[in-house]
Ligand binder design. Structure first.
Ligand code: ZN
Length: 187
């Protein structure tokens, strides 16, 4: 196990799509352990493999709080099989140290994935929970999508990024999300 360097926004490979895992081999379980160790060291809630320079479809999440200790969750080859509603989520990312930006997210998601033993599982992440937001955030990393691509307000996002010496929002990567926008308006 090793603590790995987290790639910072602006690194090209963060924009590259990640490969499916064909077999949960020793190499993949070592990768999962590195992700967990690196996430805990940096006080993160989630970390995706491309953030440590390994473009595989793997991420880890731990939504434990001081009041409630939970087991870390490992997602290999995840698929979002259900999504509904919309919400605004104030998010950070270990690849954007200290910056927080408001983004559009689905309010509920259900995801299917393989666990560390290669066994399939399905999780309904609940409505508006930290887990629901974290799953969408980490899942995006596997497709080269970053949370700022979902920002509510580009000017506000750029101000925040500049504060932490991070490059501005990439216009060409901003997402049009009519479904989420319509749902937010109806809320
Ligand atoms: Zn992130």
């Amino acid at each position: 196990m090793a603590i790995r360097r987290v790639l910072r926004y602006g690194t090209k490979s963060l924009r590259e799509p990640s490969k499916e895992v064909h077999k949960v081999s020793k190499k993949i379980s070592d990768l999962v352990h590195d992700l967990l160790e690196t996430m805990y060291t940096n006080n993160g809630v989630g970390l995706a493999a491309p953030q440590i320079g390994e473009n595989y479809r793997v991420f880890v999440i731990d939504v434990s709080t001081n009041e409630e200790k939970l087991s870390p969750m490992v997602f290999i080859n995840p698929k979002i099989i259900k999504k509904s509603g919309a919400m605004v989520s104030n998010e950070g990312c270990l690849s954007f140290p200290e910056a927080f930006v408001e983004v559009k997210r689905y309010k509920s998601v259900t995801v299917k994935a393989l666990d560390i033993n290669g066994k399939p599982f399905v999780v309904d992440a609940g409505e508006g929970t930290l887990l629901t937001r974290a799953i969408q955030h980490e899942f995006d990393h596997l497709n080269g999508v970053l949370f700022i691509d979902h920002c509510i307000n580009k000017a506000v996002a750029n101000e925040e990024l500049a504060k932490f010496d991070l490059p501005p929002v990439e216009e060409e990567n901003l997402l049009e999300e009519p479904e989420l926008e319509a749902a937010l308006k109806n809320d």
